[in-house]
Design a protein around this ligand. Structure first.
Ligand code: HEM
Length: 242
């Protein structure tokens, strides 16, 4: 009979990051979908503006939370750190092979932190969130003139002699049309990347949930509850324990 042992896996800041990120991303995907289909849904101009403001407010929560998590990857416990997330480093490919081999034999290795396969998915998730954060912050500057770049875009499009701090969405009489068109052309690739990022992220989130359920079913190890309690209960000695 296997012997169960309990391990401290996710520290409190990592768990808080995770669930706050889930809430913010669900809000972003929900409101982002409506922005994507705003014309088909027949939204008015002011309705679109309100929607973008709500979407961007979820966005700021996501961005602060994400940057906080990136800082925590330098400070947190061994399972919260960059070297436990980013695939690569000494012995990574050997560990990946050992993990996939063990998975195929039906007795997968049980990790306290991310297993080597999960590290690829988690690093990709972080990368896509970063892409959405950067492009989103540019878009909120071009659409609503909100920080951190809004003042710069307002100064770009303001008509000669107009104080950029007075420029608000829809105030056509305060805007120089040629500069506005140039600003919209600059913005265009950011919209494209933001939209592609959305599709990629949505697909990866589905994959992430499937992988978590599959791991829980195949390995046991209480990996879902560990994101609430911080503790994993494992029946085999984990390769990444101290
Ligand atoms: C998980 C992260 C995010 C997802 C999945 C997401 C999703 C989306 C989607 C699907 C759209 C519609 C794109 C289109 O109209 O072509 C959109 C638009 C937008 N997003 Fe995000 N977004 C995210 C993060 C952010 C962040 C962090 C901000 C800013 C703080 C932001 C600001 C905006 C703005 C201003 C628009 C309007 C662009 C337009 O006028 O079409 N987003 N987002």
């Amino acid at each position: 009979m296997s012997e169960f042992k309990e391990y401290a896996a996710w520290d409190a800041p990592t768990r808080w990051f995770h669930w706050l990120n889930v809430l913010a991303v669900v809000g972003l995907i929900g409101t982002g979908l409506v922005v994507l289909f705003d014309d088909a849904l027949g939204l008015s101009a002011s309705g679109k503006l309100t929607l973008k403001s709500v979407h961007a407010s979820f966005g700021y929560v996501m961005v602060f939370n994400l940057f906080w998590r990136f800082a925590w990857a330098f400070l947190g416990n061994r399972y919260a750190r960059w070297r436990a997330i980013v695939p690569g480093g000494p012995g990574y490919f050997v560990a990946l092979r050992a993990y996939t081999d063990s998975f195929l034999t039906g007795e997968p290795q049980q990790y306290v932190g991310h297993n080597p396969l999960a590290r690829i998915a988690v690093a990709l998730l972080f990368l896509l969130l970063l892409v959405q954060a950067v492009t989103g912050l540019v878009l909120v500057g071009t659409d609503l003139y909100w920080p951190p770049f809004g003042h710069w875009f307002a100064a770009w499009v303001a008509a000669p002699g107009v104080d950029p701090s007075l420029v608000v969405p829809g105030a056509a009489h305060l805007i120089d049309n040629t500069s506005y068109d140039a600003m919209r052309a600059f913005r265009s690739p950011f919209v494209e990347v933001h939209e592609l990022g959305f599709y990629a992220l949505a697909a990866l989130i589905v994959l992430h949930v499937i992988a978590v359920v599959a791991t829980e079913v195949h390995e046991g190890g209480s990996i879902t509850s560990a994101m609430f309690t911080g503790r994993k209960i494992l029946s085999r000695p984990p390769p990444d324990a101290p």
